[in-house]
Design a protein around this ligand. Structure first.
Ligand code: NAD
Length: 320
């Protein structure tokens, strides 16, 4: 059974299509109270469904008027502002019995701090970390993966599954609070390194005169196989639909990968997990995110950043 009053804060690249899916897929008449610091995002969503979208003037107002609220903003400092801001934050409202779900990819420390503040304020409010994977296309298609910071037997899980199911197709309870974020940061650390390894290996092959399409096909049936190789190959022209084949436009911005990779390295330090590839990997994403030729492009632009030959077809005589 869908509750009738929901809230949504943060209508950006991810949040906007997620909110739209809630409006489209939930029980008819489900109302959505929304807030974003961008007036443009608010009025655009209002125009989509004037009766069901109720624009609020602060995070506090959204919290006051909704039973369950979702937040998805860029970084930990934005999450702190949304929840903890003294006069306008979620916690300045009465939150007893409310369910608060943060889908932002942030450091676990911020999430734990917000959780603590919520616990101090109300014994009956619930707070969950629920970061997402799947990018803007997954958000629009309603096929996101949610990594939910709770146990399998959490009493709110059936309701959360129903609501998150309007925005995603895979929902993983990760075992406890902040473990959703842990899963997300571990995933991005791993996929960030796979992208660097794939870009470097393809670069070696191209420099030795090998056709990268052939090399990628060999990886696909050998031990270098990965989703990055098969679907998001960093070399232009290998995967026709990958951002690399469209001047690295779209996809997952290199600055976001740098942010997540850095958060994973910090988390590893905090828990004493030894990393051999953390610092070198971070220096690649750090450098690429301030390089004019790479900034604002898909993170697989690291092939360009390491000097990979994007015109390999010319060198191979136009062969494919
Ligand atoms: P975005 O910058 O496009 O959108 C963020 C939105 O939050 C903006 O509309 C902004 O105005 C709003 N905002 C910022 N501070 C606010 C505040 N104090 N109060 C209210 N609204 C505020 O970012 P995004 O790409 O949607 O990413 C959001 C989160 O999702 C990030 O943590 C990101 O790492 C994560 N994520 C992004 C992707 C992706 O492909 N873009 C994929 C998975 C996860």
């Amino acid at each position: 059974m869908s509750p009738r009053v929901l809230g949504f804060i943060g209508l950006g690249v991810m949040g906007y299509p997620m909110a739209l899916n809630l409006l489209k897929k939930l029980e008819e008449g489900t109302k959505l109270h929304v807030y974003d610091v961008s007036e443009e995002a608010l009025s655009k969503l209002k125009n989509e469904s004037p009766e069901l979208v109720l624009v609020c003037s602060s995070a506090r107002e959204v919290a006051e008027k909704s039973d369950i609220l979702f937040t998805i903003v860029p970084e930990g400092r934005h999450v702190r502002a949304v929840y903890l801001e003294e006069r306008t934050g979620v916690l300045s409202a009465a939150i007893d019995g409310k369910i608060l779900v943060d889908c932002s990819t942030i450091d676990t420390k911020t999430s734990i701090d917000v959780h603590g503040a919520i616990r101090n304020k109300s014994a009956t409010a619930s707070f969950y970390d629920a970061p997402v994977s799947g990018g803007s296309l997954g958000a629009a298609a309603g096929s996101l993966t949610f990594m939910l910071g709770c146990k399998e037997d959490d009493p709110n899980l059936p309701l959360l599954k129903e609501l998150l199911g309007a925005m995603g197709s895979s929902i993983f309870p990760c075992g406890g609070f902040a473990l959703g974020l842990t899963a997300k940061l571990c995933n991005n650390y791993c996929s960030g390194l796979i992208a660097i390894a794939t870009a470097e290996a393809m670069n070696i092959g191209i420099k030795c005169g090998m056709n990268p399409v052939l090399l990628s096909g060999i990886f696909a049936t050998s031990t270098a196989q990965s989703t990055i190789n098969d679907k998001w190959n960093p070399v232009p022209g290998v995967c026709p639909n990958a951002p690399a084949s469209n001047d690295y436009q779209g996809g997952f911005k290199v600055q976001l990968m740098k942010k997540d990779f850095n958060l994973a390295v910090e988390m590893a330090k905090r828990v004493g997990a030894e990393l051999r590839l953390g610092d070198p990997g971070l220096s690649v994403y750090d450098g690429a995110s301030v390089d004019e030729a790479c900034r604002n492009r898909d993170s697989r632009v690291i092939f360009r950043y390491i000097g990979g030959n994007e015109d390999w077809k010319d060198r191979l005589g136009g062969s494919k």
